[in-house]
Design a protein around this ligand. Structure first.
Ligand code: ADP
Length: 402
């Protein structure tokens, strides 16, 4: 196997990992889940595509990471790349140092569900593998190129200057990967305007001009924007005072409702899973039908809105579990954008095989692409870039010292 990077994405009770090398077919990946409980286990794919299932009762993050790394050490990873949701003011991937770890910790109030879990993983791998270079790659970093008129909220200035209240945006590694890939796949589009729709359990849109994010649908937290599996996306912020005054709800209850009980699940009162909703809708479930309609309409509205950040729209990309797999959702979304020059080819849209990339427009208007995202691949690539840069700096310093 060629030089590889171990990519780690630590959640509160699970860890996703992937050993990424030059060949995608060689990728080893898996999930350590139910950590801290009797059911803790690792499930994944080993070299050669063989399935793996390993019980690790009561393993915590450190034990699980040790088990994963021991299994993978034979492949000699060159570095570890950590996915970190919120980088605060950090604008690019960074080698993990005590100062960078402190800055990730400082961004915790902005991502209270994610950053503490990432820090547990970082702590464990730094202790277990002190000699391996480790890099943090931030979901927010790609969006740091947004202009102030896209990232500022219309609230008192001191909330921004003293408390960092602004729009950050997330899913940056995915939007960066698919837009870069779209440029590679479509000729003469290097200097172009792209819209990207990442549609999974969490969903967001992004406008990209000449390879840089100029606007995105998520904001201070990953709650803002379009309808998601269990997240509401945009609501009137007065919903807080309405629910507090009329139903006596506290902040925690409202936050939980907006983050975990809303979105597709809330609208349908059935499921957060798009496949389930499409099936239910086909069988006549009206709530499921409405949930799908709201999802597609609000998605189209967001794409139209952020297109204002682009001098020109050259193409649109669908990605994420829903965007990659559902021709139905893609068609319905495009039906709400008739005033753009997009021309969807129903045939190409329906015929695109699951998990493959392909162009689905009719050839006259802006291009429309389906591109399976590869966040792990992008994190590995950014990790390599940081490590190679540091190595080059070290060699220059060594030569200078001689
Ligand atoms: P995550 O954000 O957790 O990574 P994914 O990107 O895997 O999520 O997306 C999960 C979503 O993709 C679920 O709502 C699932 O129903 C949806 N999905 C997967 N396959 C299909 C399909 N064939 N048709 C419609 N939705 C699909």
């Amino acid at each position: 196997m060629s030089t590889s990077v171990l990519v780690i994405n630590c959640g509160s009770s699970s860890i996703k990992y992937a050993l990424v090398s030059d060949r995608r077919e060689d990728r080893i990946y898996g999930l350590a889940e139910n950590l801290g409980s009797a059911e803790a286990r690792i499930k994944g794919i080993t070299f050669g595509g063989q399935p793996l299932e390993l019980s690790i009762p009561y393993a915590d993050h450190e034990k699980a990471l040790e088990t994963v790394l021991n299994r993978l050490s034979q492949y000699r990873p060159q570095a570890i790349g950590h996915r970190v949701v919120h980088g605060g003011s950090l604008t690019k991937a960074e080698r993990l140092t005590p100062e960078i770890i402190d800055r990730i910790r400082a961004a915790t109030p902005l991502a209270p569900l994610h950053n503490p879990a990432h820090l547990i993983g970082i702590d464990a791998t730094m202790r277990l593998f002190p000699d391996l270079p480790q890099v943090a790659v931030f979901d927010t970093a790609f969006h740091q190129t947004m202009p102030a008129h896209a990232y500022r909220y219309a609230v008192p200035k001191f909330l921004y200057t003293e408390h960092n209240v602004r729009r950050y945006g997330f899913h940056g590694t995915s939007h960066a990967y698919v837009s870069n890939r779209a440029v590679q796949l479509s000729e003469h589009m290097e200097k172009g305007g792209w819209l990207s729709a990442h549609l999974g359990n969490g969903s967001s849109t992004c406008a990209i001009w000449n390879g840089q994010s100029v606007d995105t649908s998520m904001g201070l937290t990953p709650l803002e924007g379009i309808v998601m599996g269990t997240r509401s996306g945009d609501v009137d912020p007065s919903i807080h005072s309405f629910l507090a005054n009329n139903l006596g709800w506290g902040i925690e209850k409202i936050d939980k409702m907006l983050n975990s009980e809303s979105g597709l699940l809330g609208l349908s009162a059935l499921s957060n899973d798009m496949r389930t909703l499409i099936e239910a809708s086909e069988q006549g479930n009206e709530d499921a039908t409405l949930a799908i309609e709201v999802f597609c309409y609000r998605l189209a509205k967001s794409l139209a809105g952020i297109s204002c950040g682009l001098p020109r729209v050259d193409g649109l990309i669908f990605t994420g579990g829903i965007g990659e797999n559902s021709a139905y959702i893609r068609e319905k979304t495009m039906s709400y954008l008739p005033h753009f020059a997009f021309e969807l080819s129903k045939e190409k849209n329906n015929e695109l095989k699951r998990g493959t990339e392909g162009r689905i427009d009719g050839g006259t208007g802006p291009q429309i692409w389906v591109i399976p995202t590869d966040e792990e691949g992008r994190i590995a690539q950014e990790t390599r870039t940081v490590v190679d840069h540091l190595t080059a700096q070290d060699s220059t310093a060594a030569v200078a010292a001689v």
